[in-house]
Design a protein around this ligand. Structure first.
Ligand SMILES: *Cc1c(COP(=O)(O)O)cnc(C)c1O
Length: 321
């Protein structure tokens, strides 16, 4: 199911098959996929493994990528393993923990004065000369993130859950999961697609707005400050595809407020899940969805990134008792 021709080209830390833990939220059973336990600390390793394997298979040894942090960390780590040189473009204000991680893997860090879109534009320029190993554009990344769906189904006894609750910035996890569930459906391994609940932050919710108002074009929004900066993507380049995927599963979009993200972070950490603030946005979305939905569905959600990346920010956000 993974489009790498020769096994010798596989670049991997033997990652994946993260634990799917049965747990309780608001008195309802929820399966929690612990993707904060990946080698570089986020689910982006799923995509990076396949993308960098493909880069190796194509005989490319020089790549560029842009990221607010975690995708850059993942690409840098797998490039390091494959001995591929990479430039990672990041906005000036990225979290220092993630920047240190990217540099530590030996990637060339290119800090761009400006926001996330400025970093993307700088990478696009550089991509005229070098291969663009972009998690947002490059389809091979999605062929990695689709393993989320394969693992969830295998862990549930080769059945699809009723509902999955996933974050959406660029939608790499959501689109990958959609691809994966569709492939399993086509192969007659599962009988239905789960309903996709897509979580955006209120501070930057272009797809939520397009969904709610049934717009043909994704509105341009101004990204406001949020602790969940990893999903604050004002111009998701696969926006239309994401909308189509969520609609095809009869799912919906919802948004969470900054205060709800802080609350979800406190709650998650106090239960032993040390996640980064961006990951807490999905858990805030889970709470919102649970408060307005029937309780008899089998529900899967995900912890997308580790708190070990952003200790300073977590320390500032959480009110210690
Ligand atoms: C990348 C990321 C997201 C959002 O994923 P998209 O592919 O942008 O939708 C959510 N949480 C964490 C921790 C991430 O690193």
């Amino acid at each position: 199911m993974i489009p790498i021709e020769d096994e010798e080209n596989i670049v991997s830390f033997d990652e994946g098959f993260t634990p799917l833990l049965e747990t309780e939220f608001n008195g309802k059973t929820v399966f929690l996929k612990q993707d904060h336990l990946f080698p570089t600390g986020s689910f982006k390793d799923r995509g990076a493994s396949v993308l960098i394997s493909k880069v190796k298979e194509l005989g490319i040894d020089d790549i560029v990528e842009d990221s607010s942090g975690n995708a850059g960390c993942a690409i840098a780590a797998y490039a390091a393993k494959a001995n591929i040189r990479c430039d990672i473009f990041v906005p000036q204000k990225s979290s220092t923990g993630k920047l240190a991680q990217i540099k530590a893997y030996g990637a060339h860090l290119r800090q761009i004065n400006g926001d996330r879109e400025d970093a993307a534009n700088a990478a696009l320029q550089a991509a005229k000369q070098e291969y663009y190993a972009s998690h947002a554009w490059n389809p091979f990344f999605l062929h990695g993130t689709k393993t989320f769906a394969f693992e969830v189904c295998e862990q549930l006894g080769w059945e699809a859950p009723d509902t999955v609750i996933l974050p959406v910035g660029n939608g790499t996890l959501l689109l990958g999961a959609y691809l994966g569930f569709k492939e399993l459906l086509k192969a007659d391994i599962i009988k239905k697609l789960p309903k996709f609940i897509a979580v955006q932050v209120e501070a930057c919710a272009p797809l939520y707005l397009a969904f709610k108002k049934d717009l043909k074009v994704i509105p341009s929004v101004e990204s406001k400050a949020t602790p969940a900066d990893g999903i604050a993507i004002a111009q998701p380049i696969r926006g239309k595809q994401i909308l189509e995927a969520v609609r095809a599963t009869e799912g919906l979009f919802l948004t969470v407020k900054n205060a709800e993200i802080t609350q979800a972070l406190e709650e998650s950490c106090s239960q032993g899940y040390y996640i980064e603030p961006t990951a807490a946005a999905t858990i805030a979305g889970l709470h919102k969805y649970l408060s307005q939905s029937p309780s008899d569905q089998e529900l899967v959600t995900v912890l997308t990134g580790s708190g070990l990346k952003t200790p300073q920010k977590i320390g500032d956000m959480i009110q210690f008792k």
